[in-house]
Structures are given as C-alpha cells and as structure tokens.
Design a protein around this ligand. Structure first.
Ligand code: NAD
Length: 358
C-alpha cells in the first residue's frame, strides 16, 4: 500500500474529458488495492497560454518535477494555431520532456482480438495478431542537432544535423533490453547503417550492450525494411528500438495498423522513476465537448504509469484486463464502432463500463 503524487495536466480539447475518466479509474484502483493517489492539477498548452500567457508556466514545471509521475491529456488546437512559434502549445510537451529528463518514449501497439475488423491490414496478417513496443530515443538526433540556412553550391539551402553520442545510444539500448526481458525477450534495433555514420555508431553500441543481455535475442534491421515489415509481418516484432526521427515515423505507422488511435497509450521515461504518461492521440478539437472521446488510451496510459513508475504490475494488469473485457463485451465508442450496428457509448458511459470490470 503506497501513496503516490500524480501531477495532472489535462490540457486542451478532449484532454479534460479523457483525463477525468482516467482519474476516476485510478480512484477505484486505489480503493481496491489500498493505495492513495494524490492528484494535483497544472496548466499546460493552449489553456496555459490563455490563463498565463505562456504554454508552460514555471509552476507546472516545478509541480511536475516534484511529483511521482505526470498524467497528461493532450495540448493544442486551432485557437492557438497562429500564436508565435515560441508560444505554441506543443512547446509545453518539449519543455516538460526536457525538464524531466525524459529520453525514452515507449509506445506499445497491439491488436485487440475484439477489434480485428478495425485493423487496416489483410485478414491473414491480422489473424496472427501482434503485440509490440517501439522504444524511441526522445531527446537526441536530428530533431535536436545543429540546423540553419546558408549559401550552398546551388544557391540558398537549409541543413539539419543528426548526431548521437555513445552515451545516448547506450542508455536507450539498455531500456530496450530491459523492456524485452519483461516481454518475449527479442529486440530489433532499427537504423540506416548502410548509409549513416550515426547508425554505424548506433549498431556498435547496441551490440556492446547486447552482450550484457545474453537471454535477449538481438537483430538489426534497416529502417526502410522495418517500415515494410511492420505492415507485412508485425507479429515478428517484440521490442523495436530506434532513433528519434525513425521512431517518430515508425511509431505512428505501428499505431495506425492497430486501426484505433483512441486505444493507444504511451510513456516517456528517464533515469528517475517519474515518467510522463499520455495517449498517443492529440486534443481532437473536432469532437471536444461532444462526449464522443474514447477514454481508453488515457486509461491504458495510467496502467503504464502503475507498471513503470510505481512497480504496481498487478494493478496495471487489472486496468488492462478491464479494458480488454469491455471490448470483448462488445461495448464501443464512436471511433471504434466501425460498420457494426452497435450504439456507441459516450466517454463517461465507457468509463463506467471499465470501472465495472475492474
Ligand atoms: P488528433 O489525434 O487530435 O485527431 C485526429 C483524429 O482522431 C480526429 O478526427 C479526432 O477526432 C480523432 N481522435 C483522436 N483522439 C480520439 C479519441 N480519444 N477518441 C475518439 N477520436 C479521437 O490529431 P490532430 O487533429 O492532427 O490534432 C489536433 C490537435 O492536437 C492539434 O492542435 C495538434 O497539434 C494536437 N496534438 C497534440 C498532441 C499531444 O498533446 N501529445 C499530439 C498530437 C496532436
């Protein structure tokens, strides 16, 4: 029985609706297992711009740093599309990742048997099922390298630079091997070592770390092949580890093939136990306030929080099983109703169904 301080950043659009659902679920889990979750709300994103003039107030950074973990909805929306670049709501996400030292993004993507018809892949591929995790490096590589404009050989040109230190590759590789140890003990490291020097260093370092994990199988794959294999044979992946930009693209591809953006959670982790947990989707301004939001991705993000930050595996299983069960029972929100004649549940109704199965 423990006490955990959770910083809550509801954000914009459907953020407040889906995070409120997740909190209700956590409160029931707390009761069932005798834990205490203390929730403290902070502003970030568009709502923080409206209230304080900046997307990430200092109070939010301090509060999140002092917490045991952060639960985030989503930020952004058309209302803030024209604000100056340094004030954009997304700056709140980058600022929080930097402040909390979150260099790993974990994105599981799996097919739920009850939702196979929503999957965009061929039925013979879907039937084999898949359950994979993309481990993406989050604070290095080309998104953070030197960039600029200059006069080039053919006139004005732009450049971005990819750089990775051995330290950055080593720590993300270690996360991948540790994650694989808790799963099916298989890591695929994805790079472009036939072309890029950073990828050659990446491969060397991953091999070195692999020597410490003889129980985990390692394979290397070029990113172009990986993009193809994800739609051809996703069942061959357990843990896939890759750089920031490759991970950005491949994790979106992996989530797309599940056919259900409203179902996929994510975790951003660093060296401390404090992580940031959020659904992979955005703030869905088109359905905000209509009750159509699917709360499952955010609820499953809290399961990741319990598992990775609080070491509460049984409680995490309880939430994941409840979501699975509700899907098996045939309940759907509008985004996953597909062509069936099932009447979709609202966000609140779906939350109650999940709570009923905890
Ligand atoms: P989005 O993920 O918000 O929405 C894409 C589509 O999926 C929409 O039709 C939406 O209604 C639907 N959808 C998303 N989540 C859903 C859910 N839980 N239940 C049911 N349907 C759901 O992507 P977008 O429209 O490109 O972006 C909207 C805003 O969100 C933008 O301002 C963008 O910058 C921001 N965004 C934020 C994050 C984040 O905070 N991590 C991530 C992506 C986008």
């Amino acid at each position: 029985m423990g006490t955990y301080n959770i910083a809550v950043v509801k954000g914009d659009g459907i953020g407040p609706e889906i995070v409120s659902s997740a909190i209700k679920v956590l409160e029931v889990v707390a009761q069932k297992y005798g834990h205490t979750f203390i929730f403290t709300e902070y502003l970030a994103g568009g709502c923080a711009i409206d209230a304080c003039g900046v997307p990430l107030p200092e109070e939010t950074v301090a509060g999140c740093k002092a917490s045991d973990s952060v639960l985030l909805g989503a930020v952004g929306g058309p209302k803030w599309d024209s604000v100056p670049n340094h004030l954009r709501p997304e700056k709140a996400l980058l600022g929080l990742r930097a402040a909390l030292g979150l260099y790993t993004n974990l994105r599981p993507a799996k097919i739920y048997p009850a939702l196979m018809e929503a999957c965009t892949l061929r039925p013979d591929i879907v039937e084999k099922g898949f359950d994979l995790v993309i481990v993406r490096e989050l604070t290095g590589g080309i998104y953070f390298g030197e960039r600029g404009r200059r006069d080039g050989k053919y006139g004005p040109e732009a450049f971005d630079t990819e750089a990775y230190s051995e330290m950055e590759v080593e720590r993300i590789a270690r996360v991948a091997f540790e994650t694989a140890r808790k799963r099916r003990k298989n890591v695929v490291s994805i790079d472009k070592a036939n072309v890029l020097e950073t990828s050659r260093l990446w491969r060397e370092v991953v091999e070195r770390v692999a020597a410490e994990y003889p129980d985990v199988e390692l394979a290397h794959m070029y990113v172009d092949n990986a993009a193809m294999q994800l739609v051809r044979e996703p069942s061959r992946f357990d843990v896939a580890v890759t750089s920031n930009m490759f991970g950005d693209i491949l994790s979106d591809e992996a989530s797309q093939i599940t056919g259900s953006i409203g179902l996929l959670p994510s975790a951003s982790l660093g060296d401390s136990k404090c992580g940031m947990y959020e659904p992979i989707h955005g703030s869905a301004p088109d359905i905000a306030g209509t009750g159509k939001a699917n709360p499952m991705a955010t609820i499953l993000s809290t399961a990741m929080m319990l598992r990775y930050s609080f070491d509460l595996a049984e409680e995490a299983d309880c939430i994941e099983n409840a979501v699975n069960q509700v899907l098996e029972d045939g309940y759907r929100t509008a985004d996953i109703v597909g062509n069936s004649d099932v009447t979709p549940l609202t966000c609140d109704e779906m939350t109650e169904k999940i709570i009923g199965r905890l």
